[in-house]
Design a protein around this ligand. Structure first.
Ligand code: MN
Length: 152
């Protein structure tokens, strides 16, 4: 059997053989974010139990505010920004690592005058993200910096 090992080369924009994808389908709010699915969704990558993606957020953009049962393993690989984790906001710099545990509300912001790119590893089989409503935000975040930063 032919082995499926390979190298995916970095290109000027993104990676060779990897098409940038729309971030997500309707129903969530996000701004200026592109998804690169590097490993785990392609042909001959079925051996992987996880999927490795890179998200690139342009300056001023942000990811969906969401929560779900599956955890995220994240490393910042370019730029800087911040992340909402529940009722907390954390500044992020390149090579910082973030663990997002199950059911934790989270949202990445490129709000520090630079783009923010992060590597994100997830289980292949995972639940769909859910989006909170205003009432849930008030309950979880109260009158916090996180609540003021959150974009629904
Ligand atoms: Mn998520």
């Amino acid at each position: 059997m032919k082995p499926n090992s390979k190298v995916i080369r970095k290109a000027k924009q993104g990676w060779e053989t990897v098409q940038p994808k729309v971030y997500k389908t309707a129903g969530t709010s996000f701004k200026d974010i592109t998804r690169f699915s590097l490993l785990g969704e392609g042909e001959n990558e079925h051996e992987l139990n996880m999927q490795t993606r890179v998200f690139r957020v342009l300056e001023g953009g942000y990811s969906s505010l969401e929560y779900h049962r599956h955890p995220h393993s994240v490393m910042i690989i370019e730029g800087k920004g911040s992340v909402i984790l529940g009722d907390e906001v954390h500044d992020l710099n390149t090579f910082d690592v973030v663990y997002i545990s199950p059911e934790t509300l989270h949202q990445f912001h490129a709000d520090k005058g630079a783009p923010l790119s992060f590597l994100c590893v997830v289980d292949r089989y995972r639940d769909r993200p859910a989006v909170p409503d205003e009432k849930m935000l008030d309950e979880i975040m109260g009158d916090s910096e996180a609540r003021r930063k959150a974009r629904l």
